[in-house]
Write a protein that binds this ligand. Structure first.
Ligand code: ANZ
Ligand code: ZN
Length: 820
């Protein structure tokens, strides 16, 4: 008998599939569409790791399953190819970033091919290619035209190690998402995308995504951070009635304000302190604050530090003089960067007031008592009734929230408002290996967008990589240009775009990957979107997944696409662990997919990965498990190859005996289960275990029993396994003498009648002890079952002379006779 030789089979079929173009996207729109998408990789110099292998294995099952179920399927791969590592390689080793990247892309693509995934390589997208980044620029201009791209001077996150700015989403606990360095603040002119215009829609859109994990939705909601409250306008008499607006979630506490705090970076601060004795001290404090992270400044246990500016504001309702302070715990870019201090009812304000001996004024009393200022040890933050609040005294504070906010609106001194934590997306990067921002600065015309017909603005080659500055600034040929407007000498923007821009729409490009005129054609994109299943890591919950939703909404508004949510269903895969720890170089516990493929074949690796855990859970790599998967495939192999002769003949319908019936039932049960587990639940592991049971059933099927059903079951087995292990099943399909590819075969449907059991075995107990077994028709009712049980010879003997007290019948399972 021929042995199972994974390597030989896999090489052979991969070449064959490529030759016949089996994975080319089917455009037949009479079929329902299915878009299966896996996050595309960053082509690092290290090739694929197990995490990649896992994502691709999952995606491939999903795609192949749908195809066999009669869908036209879009399943494409690409590379997220811009980014810092290429540039760092250039700085450290003098290699050209483009060559470095292209080489890695090639390597990764070859490794992906070894997995045997069903990608349509004709639609491959590499984001560093001019024909792709041209449309990054095109889309930038679209956002610019729509008022969604703007430039402003701002304090921005700066990573000293990557020497570039970062978006808020890319700062995790005060550290750079890429290199983990401490992030500092720098004031720079930068380009932003106005994602905040979409805050509300990004929030409400989540409610229409029932197939997203709750965890991811919660992370996005939290990141968007909607707070309802009010703006309150205070005036500063000494600054010519200049206005300062604060944002508060508690306008009900307005009468309890005893001071005001501005963020150190608030633009009014320099004017407020000018010429005052504390000026120098405060200016120094401001400098210090710029170096601190948000976390350091705002956590409740952080020491509150502040300075009195010497200036006062006027309370909008009482006219009282309110001292104005600056303090570390107020952030410039949240709300309005100014806070009204209500120490009696806000814990941070309470701590601040205690430290600096500021007055504390109670304006909300608990419903069941009175608060004494003197005995307060912490802020009273619960609900209650208003006191010391003029006309609002006696009002429950929930009611006062609205009443005071509305009152302010009537007086033109603020009013109800909604605030979001979400900030605009900072997309400028002072690095080379990214998409040049298509903007020109002209002394006469100002900021001039590059006309769309002049795109792409290509990355220049004459640059210096010395790690000291943005390499683009060193290219004369790039920087110096002429104004598209007036033709005079002008300068190009040298910032490039955040690479998250590239990945915010690549899944749209796949639908029309070669379009030279537009990012994609509307008709084509509408044929495929939304993505039906998106598979990727949870680490992108508020980065890529939020940005992609934003882009999709902008494109929807621009009339370029018909959906405004890109990903209908999201599957966040768990990590691959080894001995309970994340695989990592530093731990020395990395198992390389290529080694495994080389030793056992891709099919074994895929099967193990899919079988070892449900896709959203962590998966513990274990060698015994891999061996087990390999043994299972060998069992399947032998089962078919040993019965090769069966497929060379027509088998006449035999008599359907008991064994045949049982096998038929098992087969249809398996079809039902596998279809449901893949199609409805993405539980590939349970699908595989039921296939394993079928294989056991086939092994124990007696040689003399009906061959027809046996043959049918073998054929079906191979089809059911095809999405998981595409190579071995293709080989076995040909061993069975089948025409064409197993991957073009139709998915079997189960016959509900075959599931019906004609007869069932029932145990008969006496006082709970099993004494006899009994076979009855599956539909037999209680009375019938009881009668049969009591009439069994053995039972008769055992109960003679005793009194039957009770007979308990559980149809389909047992009869228990209680005697005494
Ligand atoms: C007065 C007040 C009284 C407040 C009270 C709370 C309780 P969230 O829910 O996170 O939106 N705040 C506003 N802007 C701030 C800034 N830039 N930096 C630091 N703190 C700021 O919180 C909103 C509350 O946080 C606002 O409501 C304000 O304090 C503070 F009994 O105003 B509150
Ligand atoms: Zn000009």
């Amino acid at each position: 008998m021929r042995e199972y030789s994974a390597k030989e089979i896999e090489t052979k079929w991969q070449a064959h599939w490529e030759k016949i173009g089996i994975h080319q996207t089917e455009e037949d729109i009479s079929k329902p569409k299915y878009y299966a998408l896996e996050q595309f990789p960053y082509p690092s110099g290290e090739g694929l790791h197990m995490g990649h292998m896992r994502v691709y294995s999952i995606g491939d099952v999903v795609a192949r399953f749908r195809k066999m179920n009669g869908y036209r399927v879009l399943h494409v791969m690409g590379a997220d190819a811009f980014g810092l590592p290429a540039e760092n390689a250039a700085i450290q080793r003098g290699v050209n970033p483009r060559e470095w990247t292209l080489k890695n892309m090639e390597r990764i693509r070859n490794e992906q091919k070894l997995i045997g995934a069903s990608y349509d390589w004709d639609r491959y997208v590499g984001t560093c290619m001019p024909d792709y980044y041209k449309f990054n620029q095109w889309l930038f201009l679209l956002l610019y035209e729509r008022g969604l791209a703007y430039r402003k001077k701002a304090f921005v996150n700066w990573c000293p190690k990557c020497s570039t700015v970062l978006a808020n989403e890319q700062v995790e606990d005060g550290k750079c998402w890429r290199c983990d360095s401490e992030v500092t603040k720098k004031e720079l002119e930068q380009w932003f995308f106005r994602i905040t215009d979409y805050a509300e829609r990004l929030l409400t859109g989540l409610d229409r995504l029932p197939k997203w994990p709750d965890k991811v939705k919660a992370m996005q909601r939290n990141w968007i951070g909607k707070s309802e409250g009010a703006h309150v306008v205070f005036t500063i008499p000494e600054l010519n009635e200049e206005q300062v607006t604060v944002f508060t979630t508690r306008p009900d506490t307005l009468y309890g304000v005893t001071y005001m705090v501005l963020a150190p970076e608030h633009p009014l601060v320099p004017q407020l302190i000018r010429g005052k004795e504390q000026e120098a001290e405060i200016l120094q404090f401001i400098e210090e604050m710029k170096k601190q992270t948000e976390i350091e400044r705002t956590s409740t246990d952080a020491e509150k530090v502040g300075y009195f500016t010497g200036a006062y504001a006027k309370h909008p309702l009482t006219g009282e003089k309110i001292p104005i302070w600056v303090a570390n715990y107020v952030l410039v870019d949240y709300g309005t960067g100014a806070v009204m201090g209500v120490p009696a009812h806000d814990e941070r304000d309470f701590q601040f007031a205690k430290k600096y001996h500021l007055p504390i004024k109670v304006v909300i009393q608990p419903n069941d008592g009175t608060l004494e200022v003197e005995s307060l040890t912490e802020a009273f933050t619960e609900d209650g009734v208003l006191v010391n609040s003029g006309p609002f005294d006696g009002m429950p504070n929930r009611e006062a929230l609205k009443a005071i906010a509305n009152h302010l609106a009537e007086k033109g001194q603020g009013g109800p408002t909604v605030n979001y934590r979400l900030r605009d997306w900072l997309i400028s990067r002072q690095r080379y290996w990214g998409t040049p921002i298509p903007i020109i600065y002209c002394d006469s015309c100002g900021v001039v967008p590059v006309p769309k017909e002049d795109l792409p603005v290509l990355l220049p080659e004459d640059v210096v990589f010395d790690g000291k500055r943005n390499p683009l600034t060193t290219s004369e040929s790039f920087v110096n240009t002429t104004c598209p407007n007036c033709g005079k000498q002008a300068r190009r923007e040298t910032d490039t775009m955040d690479t998250f821009v590239d990945s915010s729409w690549y899944f749209l490009r796949y639908t029309d990957a070669k379009n030279d005129e537009q990012p994609f054609d509307r008709e084509k994109v509408d044929k495929w979107l939304p993505v039906d299943e998106y598979i990727g890591g949870i680490e992108h919950a508020v980065l890529h997944l939020l940005y992609s939703r934003f882009f999709t909404k902008v494109l929807y508004d621009a009339g370029m696409i018909s959906v405004d949510e890109p990903f209908n269903s999201l599957l966040t895969q768990g990590m691959v662990l080894k001995d309970g720890a994340k695989m990592s170089k530093s731990k020395g516990n990395v198992v390389s997919p290529l080694e495994i493929i080389d030793k056992y074949g891709a099919d074994t690796a895929r099967l193990f990965i899919l079988f070892a855990a449900p896709p959203d859970r962590d998966l513990d790599w274990n060698d015994a498990g891999v061996e087990g998967s390999y043994r299972f495939l060998n069992r399947v192999w032998r089962l078919v190859v040993q019965n090769e002769e069966l497929f060379k003949q027509d088998i006449p319908a035999g008599k359907e005996d008991k064994h045949a019936k049982e096998l038929r039932r098992l087969l249809h049960q398996t079809i039902k289960k596998v279809t449901h587990e893949i199609g409805e639940r993405n539980h590939f592991n349970t699908a595989i275990s039921s296939i394993m049971e079928l294989v056991n059933g086939l092994y124990s099927y007696p040689a003399e029993a009906d061959r027809r059903i046996f043959k049918e079951a073998l054929e079906t087995l191979v089809i059911l396994l095809a999405p998981f292990v595409p190579h071995i099943t293709e080989e076995l399909w040909s061993v069975m003498g089948k025409e064409g590819s197993v991957h073009l075969a139709s998915w079997p449907s189960y016959d509900p009648e075959a599931l019906v059991q004609d007869e069932v075995e029932i145990v008969v107990q006496i006082n709970g002890k099993v004494k006899e077994k009994l076979v009855v028709p599956a539909q037999a009712d209680r009375i019938e079952i009881e009668k049969q049980a009591l009439s069994q010879e053995k039972i008769q003997q055992l109960i003679t002379g005793k009194t039957v007290r009770k007979v308990i019948v559980v149809p389909g399972r047992l009869v228990n006779i209680v005697v005494s």
